[in-house]
Structures are given as structure tokens and as C-alpha cells.
Design a protein around this ligand. Sequence first.
Ligand code: SF4
Length: 887
Amino acid sequence: MRNEVQTTCPYCGVGCGIIASLDESGNVTVKGDPDHPANFGRLCSKGAALADTLGSDGRLLSPEIEGTPHNWDNALDYVADQFRSIIDEHGPQAVGFYVSGQLLTEDYYVANKLMKGFIGSANIDTNSRLCMSSAVAGYKRAFGSDTVPCAYEDLERAKLVILAGSNTAWCHPVLYQRLAKAKKENPDLMVVVIDPRRTPTCELADLHLPLAPGTDHTLFNGLLVHLYDTEESNPLFIENHTEGLHAALAMARETAASVSRVAESCGLLRDTVNRFYKLFARTERVVTVFSQGINQWSYGTDKISSIINCHLLTGRIGRPGMGPFSFTGQPNAMGGREVGGLANQLAAHMNINDAADRDRVKRFWRAKNMVQAEGLKAVDMFRGIAEGKIKALWIMATNPAVSLPDNRMVREALAKCEFVVVSDCMRKTDTTAFAHVLLPAQTWGEREGTVTNSERRLSRQRAFIPAPGQARADWWIICEIAKRLGFAEAFSYQEPVDIFNEHAALSGFENEGQRDFDISALANLSDHEYQNFQPRQWPVTVEQPGGTPRMFSTGRFFTDSGRARFIAVAASAPANLPDEHYPLRLNSGRVRDHWHTLTRTGRSARLSAHIFEPFVELYTADAKDNGISEGELLRVHSRWGEAIVRARLSDDQPAGSVFMPMHWNDQFASQAGVNALVNPVTDPVSGQPEFKHTPVQIENYEANWYGFILSRRRLEMSQLDYWACSKGTNLWRYEIAGKGTPEDWAGCARRLLCQAAEKVEWIEYLDKSQSRYRAARIEDGRLESCIFIGPETGLPDREWLSKLFLDQRLDDNERNSLLTGRPVNAEQDGGRIVCACFSVGAKTLEKSIREQNLETVEAVGEALRAGTNCGSCIPEIKGIIFSVSKT
Ligand code: SF4
């Protein structure tokens, strides 16, 4: 192991370079890699806190069969036997792999090769289906290939950046920082945000279009018509490089023939639409960024086509500072696309429905059982399991029991499935609960391989710490199963570089410039070259060994005609519309400091401080109309399930809509998974679920008591009606509530906070008349845990109480403060954490901004350091400055 390695962040598709250092005591520190072209040294709060998420706590350390540890040979033999007997009896369509954008390209490549070339089924799909499959479908329809045309530097070279359905500030924070810097250096750079919500990204916007949910395609159809009618199109480009314009225009006119009609359909002011259209029309260098807010609809592919159409009409593609640019959610969603990780793809961007491509891959792999047709996409795969069509499922590096829509169906399917294998780095997730076999996988910092970010840039992930227990690389696990299934010759790789070289060779095999994905110049890397691989953007060919920043600069596309296709985009609406029973529209997405299902970021106190409890955000007036106040517990339910979460009121939410984060699950809350509610409707072209729109109803939860617990150790909470836990420094924090009120609070507190027969000191306070109870458990003068209960949500602030867990010994004043529920010194209460890097709370910020008259983010940074490290909190600091200035 080297002391300092260059690697990449395991979270979002920005793909930031990281330098990880290991000191002699085994402590890890991380910092941004100044030489990595994705981030040039910047990191967001999640990347900066990566070191907090390491360690063997909670890791899966050995293979297990039915909950019993086994050695690798036993477990692998058992998995291979089960798969073989199911394939022998029911055929290859009876098995499936559900994989992940968290896998490295080498892992992904062998998983896809095994399923599509040797088992003979395409029932391999990936959780990237959930985040960007509509982008893949949109690009393929227009360009004949899944090609992201742009590079990150285009954000800096553009004159207009449109962020459509993208809360970039929270979901791709380093690109937001790059854009913010570019705007600061070039005030002429205009930023437009298209989003029903007013998100932190809007802090950068010159114009925000808070359009009605799901109407983006109408807005862009209208733009197409407007550009054409005002003669802002590029006739030369259209004539020489495109086809299908008139059908697309005619269709667009049906729903978006005039600015007035668009404004009405989209719920926007006519002037706002006009301003946007004029801005687009008069600006040559336009980048349109789109992300999950566009992709995650039952007509997400159409929305993307409506955006691409406008770039084709104006010829704004293939040149610096312009193009339709998909930001991917996961670190290696793009790598998965390269190897054909989706059920409707073949390796190296070849077409699974093309017999010549199938034959090409078959010959290259010397495949024994080459797939003949598409397999089942994610949601259909789980339906297939529920229907008994798929009898054996191998889940790799993902948590579908949380992340797929209609969770109840997914969990019932997993419970019914004859044989479920889960390879994961964590022992306890909502999905591992359904596994017959668990296989311990390596994770970030332990494994070697490559990833590709949103701008097609390949980078290395490198190991810098040893894997704990018996954890092994995913590619090794897959190859061992392949060997046991009788395919040893095709899976006898020694190192990841062997797999990478084969993947690169396949990309160039009989390519002759016919396929966009070509990294054939990398097909013969030595160990040394692979180890020292420097980031570059594909294609990487003999002619372009340093990579290719921008695609389509010649105007040639990968369709049969070589022309880009305009796609006619018809009117569409969400599959399930609000009605009298479910009148609100549920939207779901990320929060700033958490990632996916919390298995990694949930281990970090720093990252858990910003938002520590699952919530539903409602428009303030809607909440008031329904008698809902801030901080109340609410029951949110849809036709598919329900959740109990805390109410947050905001004017940034559109009327009639609510938002819930996607992260919480049964390991961190009693019942807060948003995907229990989300409808399992998918886009017919891409198979991507409609995560952004489910009709729901909201009711007060009506708990009889509310409370919280702070505890140095993790506690068992299953007996409580409501709980949500988060990591703090030296503690776990539990928000709790219940319907039935215990007669004996003291006994109840002891059962919750103590292990059996512990001798501890208790200090406690009970006011029965007011239903208030407070207690603290102290060992050797040190606070071990405390509990606060009251009849309503207004309980003492947790921030100053948490600080008592930093002490080794409580003094008398602190003991008193535990009983009174008030800090010894009001200065101690900094409020909810806004800046995770320097633990600066909202109350501290408000107070300093007011008292010191701080008017800019820079002034706040100078006074408090807040916002001066990763910068992820800058939009919120700006919001606080603004709200203080109004009071
Ligand atoms: S923006 Fe943040 S989460 Fe995304 S890759 Fe960079 S450091 Fe990681």
C-alpha cells in the first residue's frame, strides 16, 4: 500500500479526483486532487468527509449461507450449484443479475459478459436504470449512439447555461462550484434554472422558471417552434446534418404553438417564457444540462428529445460551450453504459437487437451461449421475480429493497424468490435481509479499477487500505462463479488490468469508426501503465491518444444516415394524476450531504448534521390550509404504501406538491422510505421509473408524545411507533414519538437506554401533569445517554446537548442543564448545522450576520469560516443572509 494515492470519489457522476493519504497509524485523510480535470482540487461536503465513512464497523466480513459464515470455496460452490440447477431446469431466462453504478467498469464488464455471453440471458440490469436510462434512450434516438457530446469545460465556455431538472448545487456540487466561479469571472454568463421547486441552485440563476411539474417537454417544444418561427434556426446544419425536423415541428405546434399557450400549460408568466426563449435565441453558446428532474418521468425520454431538438435546430452541438449535457447520478453510471450493463444494451455500445453486433461480440468473447434478445429492465425484472419467472437473483452493490419504486412489491418479490445472492460491503441493509447467500465485497479505498464520469472521462479508483475480513473484489467473485459454471477459459483474469484491456480491445473490434465508444488505444496497457493511468475522455484512439473532449465536431452522427434525428414529441402527462383521494404530487430526490441509502454517508457525523431526519416538505400555504405546522409528524400515503416523516414548511415548494428525500430506510428510521409510496410506472422507451410524480395524501400522525434520545451506542428501537436515527460526534441521535403513553416513563427509559443489569447513575425529572420526562444515564461521571420526552414537538435543541458528549466528565452546571433542558450558556446553542466542514449552525450564522452586519458569503467566511472549504453550504448561507436582511 502506498502512503498517498490518486483515486476518485465514489459518489456522484462528477467523478472528482481525490488524493487519499494513509499515515503510519492507519489514519486516512482525503483532499481534492488539484490535477484531476473534473474538479481541479475541489471537493463537496460528501467527498471531503470520505475518511469518516471508512472502517470495518458494520461490514460484511465473510461469506454467509443462510446466516452462517462459510469459507469462500463453500459459498462459491453453493451459489454456482444453485444457479446451474435453476438454469438446467428452467433455462437461462430464470436467472437475473441486478447490478449497480457503484461497480467499477471491470466488475461491470465481467458481470455483463457472464450473463449475456455465457449464461445466455440479458436479465442483467442496473440501478443506473433508475437515474439516467432516459438520457441513454434520448441520446440514442437522436444520435444513433449513447453519446454525451459535451465536456465540463463547456460550462465555463458557454454564455448561457440552462439547468433543467437539476438541483446541481446539491446533486453535482463541484460542477455547481465550477459554474459559480465561471459566472463570477464572467458576469455575462447567464444561468437559467428550470425546476418547479426553488432549490439552492436558484441562488445562481438569472432566471428561474418554476414550471408546473412534468411540463418541461411543452416548454422545449414551444422553444423549438419559437426558434423556427423567429428564424433563429441554423439552416445549413439542419440541411447537412439532421433529419425529421418537419415532423417534430408539426408535433410541437400541436401543444406549444405560441408563447401564450406554453405559458398557460406550464403555469408560467408569459413574460418569463418570452425572456427564456429570447435568451436562448440570441445566445450562440448554450449548454442545456439535464438530470433526474427530466429523466425520472414516464415520458423522460421525450423530455430529453425536446431539449436535443432545440440544440439540433440551432446547430448548437459539437462546438465549445454548447450542447445537451446529461449529468449522471452515480460514479460509474457511464462505465456501466460502456460495458452494456443495461438489459437492452450489448457491450461496447453495440446494439443487442442487431444480429451483426451480437455475432461480433459472440466471436470476440468466443461466447458459448450468446444472448438473442433484450432482457427485463429493473422494475420488470422484479415483477418477473414476483411472478416466479426469475427464480435466482444475484444483487451486486445495491439496495433495491429501498431504491426501487413500489417497495412493497419489491420486498414481496425478494421474499418469494427461490434463491437470492447479495454481494455487498455492508452486513445489514434492507436488501441483505432477503439474501440466502451473502458475499463480502470490497469497497472504496480497497479496490482497483476504472470509472467514467458524466463527461466521458475515464479515471482510476485505486486501493489505499487493506480490505477487512475476507472481502474480495467484485470482478474476482463474478469470475469465480463463472469458472464454477464451466466457463474458466473466458474468465481466467489475473488482475483488473486484464479485464480493462479486453474491454478496450472489444471497443475497437471491427469498429472502423462506426461506433462512438472506442478506447482501443488503451487495449494493451501494462500493469505499470494501468497503475499510472491518467484521466482522459473517450474516444481514445490511435489518432486521439489523449482522448476527445467534445463529440460531433464534424457533424457526423452514428445513425445509419450519419444525420442526427429530430424526434417528434407529443403531449404527455404523468401516468397517475392527483384526485380527491390523493390530491398532492410527490416528488423525490437527494439532500445535500447524503448519498443513496445512507450505507456510507450515514456513518459520518459531519454529513448527518445537515439534515438528520426524514421529512416531507410542503408549500407553506398548503400546510396551513390543512392545519399542519412545522416539525409535526405526518403520515404520507399513496396507493402503493405509506411513510411517517417530519413536516417541513417552505415557500420554495410549489403549491400542490410535496418533496421527500430518497435516502432513509429501515436501518435509519421506522417507516420513512419514499419508495414505499412511489408508483412503479416506467417510461416505455427507457424503462426509467416515474420517481418525480406520485399522487399522495397527507394526514397528521397524531402522536401522544414526542422525544429524542442521544446515546453513545446504537440502540434497539423496534418497539417504538416512530423513530429516526442519525450519527453525531460520539453519539447516535434518535428522534422518537409514540401513540400510547407509557405509565412508567422511568422503566421505559431504562429499557431503551440500558443493557440488562447495568449499574449506572441516573438523573431524572418527571412532571406527570405536563407529561414531561427527562433522564440522563451517567457512568463514571460521563454522560452515556439522555432522553427527553414531552407532549408536543417543542423540545430542547439537540445541538448543545450533543456537545456534552464531547466531555469526559459532566460538571454540576451541565448536570443541572440536563434536568432543566436549557443550555448553561445560551451561546452554546449554535442551531442546526449548515456548514458541515466547520460545524457552523444556523443560529450562529443568523446571529453573526445580524450583529456583524455581514452582507456577503465572503464576509461570513472571513468571520466564521463557514462556506470556505467545500462550498456546498454557500447557497444556504446566501439564503440566510437574505432572510436576515429582510427582518
Ligand atoms: S461533487 Fe462531491 S460527491 Fe460528486 S464526485 Fe465530487 S466530491 Fe464526490
